[in-house]
Design a protein around this ligand. Sequence first.
Ligand code: ADP
Length: 283
Amino acid sequence: MTEENGKCDSCAQKGSCKDKDAGKEGTCIVDRMARIKHKIIIASGKGGVGKSTISVNLARALQMKGLQVGVLDADITGPDIPKLLGIEDQKLMQGSEGIEPADANGIKAASMALILSSRETPVVWRGPMKMAAIKQFIQDVNWGDLDFLIVDLPPGTSDEPLSVLQLIPDLAGAIIVTTPQEVSLLDSRKAVNMVKAMKLPVLGIVENMSGLKCPHCQETINIFGSGGGERMAEEMDAPFLGAIPIDPQVCAWGDSGQTFAGCKTQAGESFALIVERLLKMFN
Ligand code: ADP
C-alpha cells in the first residue's frame, strides 16, 4: 500500500506493501490471496509432460472431496486448462468484485484462452505483457473463498514461472511433474532447484506417463523408461508422490474436456493415491 492510495485497509502488509497498484482499484494481491487457504504450484521443466492434465485432475479430485477449488492457468501462450475442463465456450467477464472466473462444474478457472477471440488466436506477447496478464489473473479475478488454488505454470524456469512464484504470497509449495525420460528428468531437476531457490517447499514429484499396460498381453511397456521420477525425488531430497501410467483414456478424456480423477482405472487409482499423500501434508 502506498500513502497516496491508502485503500487496502484490511491487508496484512499494510504499511510495507510495495505494490504500486495496491488500492487503486479493487483489492490488492495480498487481500485477494488471503481468502485462499492453500495455493499450490504445478510446475515442470519441460512441456508436454502432463502438467495441465494433473492440474485439472487435482482440482477435480479435491472438489470431489467437498473442497472449494480454483485453477489459475498461468501459461499465457499455451493456455490449455479450458480445453481440459471443457469450458472453452465460456468467457471471463468483469463483475462488481473483479473479473468473474469461469465455472467448470464448480471449479473456478481463469485462463488467457477465456479471453481470446478464438481458440486459434496466438498470444504474441513479450515478457512484460505476459507478466501483466498473470498479475491480473492473481489480483483482479474474484476467486472468493477457496480451500485450494491450483496454479498451472508454464514450463521452464524463466520470467513467467518466476513472476508467479514471486507474486503469490504464502504459497504452500510446488508439485513437479516429470516423465521418466532422462531429458524430462534433467529439466525437472532445474524446476526443483528453482522452487528451492525461491525458498518454497517442494511438495513432491509426480512421475507421469510411467509405462503403458498392453491391453492385449497386459505386459507393461516402459515407453519413456521407468522409476526415474522416484530416483530423482530421492536424489533431490523431495517427496515422491507417485506415478501415473500412460492411458489412452486419459488423453481422450482430456481432449473432450473430461477428467479421470475418481475413475476406477489404473491411472485413476494411481492418481487417487497421489492426492491422498498430498492431502496428508495439509492436515
Ligand atoms: P503439459 O501441461 O505438461 O504441456 P498436458 O497436460 O497438456 O502437458 O499433456 C500433454 C498431452 O499428454 C495431452 O494430450 C494429455 O492428454 C496427454 N497426457 C497427459 N498425461 C497422460 C497420461 N498419463 N496418459 C496418456 N496421455 C496423457
